[in-house]
Ligand binder design. Sequence first.
Ligand code: GDP
Length: 227
Amino acid sequence: MAVSVSQLSKARPGAPFPLSFDASFFITHPMRYTTQFLLSALAAEQFPPPGVPEIAFLGRSNVGKSSLLNTLTGDKAAKVSSTPGRTRAINFFALLDQSQRRRMVFADLPGYGYAKISKSISAGWPAFIEPYLAIRSTLKLCVCLVDSKVPAQESDRQLIDWLRAAGRDFAVVATKIDRLSGNERTRGLLALKKGLELDEVLAISAKTGYGVKELWARIDATCGQPD
Ligand code: GDP
């Protein structure tokens, strides 16, 4: 696929870590689900077997991805994802309903960095990320996080263009919206829409919970409502 974002991730050296299912990570979801850490994958062969709908979370480092995951799933998810050695992995979490049935999987992708663009989406990003986004059969929605206070960045734009070209469903979420006043908010969101050529940007705050319900609605609409 000929689209390109590069140097997407900050080089974060991390010691190798055991890749294993860890059933001890059960986190009570504040709303409906329990979150179960599945595994951290560093290669396509390590992805969990495809099953329920999967939602991927993507964004530049520091965009507020851990905080949002924290708000959506409980703090262990964010903690697992930021554990040294796991920041360059795809961290998979299953969301279980009250009958312990798996409803969906969240895939937390490594944060990409601030460096300039080059030839491949995966240059500077682990090589297994692009195949994940391109061919993962159960991937139903990519939640792309952008900072509401930062103008549209080339790396974000190219990622979104890449997702469009790949035919992936995605939702762009403007994070940390609590930091903007009413007018700034309107202006910032308009600028992001224009810069990223989008009809819709979902404003969100992990701090105040603003927009979280709307994001869940989008995720539920993608995954189908629980019985
Ligand atoms: P990550 O690198 O994308 O996982 O980003 P983090 O979740 O670690 O957040 C980066 C910084 O932004 C931290 O200092 C957070 O406290 C801050 N932050 C994240 N979300 C919000 C938010 O909704 N509102 C505000 N005001 N700050 C936030």
